[in-house]
Design a binder for this molecule. Structure first.
Ligand code: AHR
Length: 501
């Protein structure tokens, strides 16, 4: 028997304009993300700088608006000066976060070049683990100051006349975590972040800064960490970060697909903390959220199980199934629902490491299941998020009660005169008879109904079977008098694209 669900969205009930940067991504010097991921000079598709053109083409097709770089845990031990200047003089260093050997062949300037080619912005992170104010302000000067000072002239002497003008900067990474090089208490970090923020903005007042929130809502210090850090940094930062990874290691798919409710709760809690600090300070300034690490992550091939000090070892190369893609779809819809406060978000990561894009050394590049919901959201989730009023049959799972089988949202793109409905059917056994009431738009027509489905929810792609789980446009949505009718197959991701007549 089919399940039933409805979505009502009215063009006047606007949640928020979506900041496209919620479809951002992350590339860290970790495993084969940089080396053998975006950069492989011996690859047949390599360009003159050694960047894989086949990977660049795919990243461009995603229209990724912003990419966080260079870490992650990596940044907490990184000396950025090692990665600029003549290649022959760059040191090979022991990289402690991932127990690898870092050759420094790719550094700030090369990554800025790659980002230009990929048509994306850079979200730069500074090291507040082993370093501090001085290295951070010098890096801003090196990257953003036009000329006439020591570090800006150094950049020019390295062949980069024009400043990179990076706008968004992260003040360290996951500084609450015991795994972090230079872990700090909230008070230690808050003081350092604030003083670093001041100096960085004195060099370039146009930049925006992200303070580190907790590395997950499961941290014992969560909430107190945010409150203390924001208390100490509120006036000098624009965003606080959130990180969260989910998995289905317990092999309970119904429970796994409900985990976006945890993400939703996490976001709401951080908003409350931001607003508590705002009230406490009698401030008029609103703080925004940067969910700059999120994804499904199974972590089964980490640095603990491989030889130490390798260059670009194959770390965390998770293979994603259809159920992982559905979870990613639910996370993306959750981010859209919070577009009012979440202004940036990064799928972590983009290539090879916990990623939707996988490369074979010297060979092909293939797309994981999770690539598709990310692609669809990035392409069609631009515009205004509308308040979704949903009725749906529900279920209880191990950790969640009253989970709607339907997760959905509608996005209005005024410029393109379109509305797009994103919908996940979480039900593992039945399709959903779905009806969307979009009558406030008047007459609408279905452009296409894209579906990502497979009989086997555990099905995944490989380098040799790249299209096993791939979307098709054969969904049967119809529109009549402002209403949309569709059957959403069991455990499926759906994108119903509509034009306003
Ligand atoms: O994305 C992988 C790692 O996960 C990042 O380096 C770190 O910030 C997080 O713990």
């Amino acid at each position: 028997m089919s399940k039933k669900a409805t979505l009502l969205a009215d063009k006047s009930f606007i949640l928020s304009e979506i900041d496209n940067r919620i479809y951002g991504a992350f590339i860290e010097h970790l495993g084969r993300a940089v080396y053998e991921g975006i950069y492989e000079p011996d690859h047949p598709s390599a360009d003159s700088q050694g960047f894989r053109r086949d990977v660049l083409d795919i990243v461009r097709s995603l229209q990724v608006p912003i990419v966080r770089y260079p870490g992650g845990n990596f940044v907490s031990g990184y000396n950025w000066e090692d990665g600029v200047g003549p290649l022959a003089e760059r040191p090979k260093v022991l990289e402690l976060a991932w127990v690898s050997l870092e050759t420094n062949e790719i550094g700030t300037n090369e990554f800025a070049d790659w980002a230009k080619k990929a048509n994306t912005e850079v979200m730069m992170a500074v090291n507040l683990g082993t370093r501090g104010i001085d290295a951070a302000r010098n890096l801003v000067e090196y990257c953003n100051h036009p000329s006439g000072s020591f570090w800006s002239d150094k950049r020019i002497s390295h062949g980069y006349k024009e400043p990179h003008r990076f706008k968004t900067w992260c003040l360290g990474n996951e500084m609450d975590g015991p795994w972090q090089i230079g872990q700090k208490t909230a008070a230690e970090y808050g003081r350092l972040a604030n003083e670093t923020a001041k100096a960085m903005k004195w060099v370039d007042p146009s930049i925006e800064l992200v303070a580190c929130g907790s590395s997950g809502s499961g941290m014992q210090t969560f909430a107190e960490w945010e409150a203390t850090v924001l208390d100490l940094t509120y006036d000098n930062v624009e965003y606080i970060s959130l990180h969260s990874y989910y998995d289905n290691k317990e092999n309970n798919t119904e429970n796994f697909l409900a985990k976006s409710l945890d993400m939703d709760e996490f976001i709401k809690s951080v908003i409350s903390i931001c607003d508590y600090v705002k009230a406490k300070k009698r401030s008029k300034k609103q703080l925004y959220l940067s969910f700059d690490e999120w994804n499904v992550w199974y972590s089964n091939n980490g640095s603990a199980v491989i030889d130490r000090w390798q260059v670009a070892p194959p770390l965390y190369e998770d293979v994603y199934s259809l159920e992982d893609a559905l979870a990613v779809g639910c996370f993306l819809i959750t981010l859209m629902k919070h577009a009012g406060r979440v202004k940036m978000a990064c799928i972590a990561q983009l290539v090879n490491v916990i990623a939707p894009i996988t490369t074979v050394k010297g060979g092909t590049v293939w797309l994981q299941t999770t690539f598709y919901p990310y692609l669809h959201a990035a392409l069609y989730g631009r515009g205004t998020a509308l308040q979704p009023v949903i009725t749906s049959d529900k279920y209880d799972s191990k950790d969640f009660t009253d989970v709607p089988y339907l997760e959905a949202i509608a996005v209005h793109n005024e410029e393109g005169n379109t509305v797009t409905v994103f919908a996940v059917n979480r039900c593992l056994t039945d399709s959903i008879d779905f009806e969307a009431d979009l009558r406030s738009f008047g007459e609408i027509r279905v452009i296409e109904h894209i579906v990502l489905e497979h009989e086997d929810v555990k099905a995944h792609n490989t380098a040799f079977d790249q299209k096993r789980v791939a979307p098709h446009s054969g969904g049967l949505a119809t529109a009549d008098s402002g209403k949309v009718y569709a059957k959403l197959p069991k455990h499926s991701w759906n994108v119903i694209r509509l034009s306003i007549v």
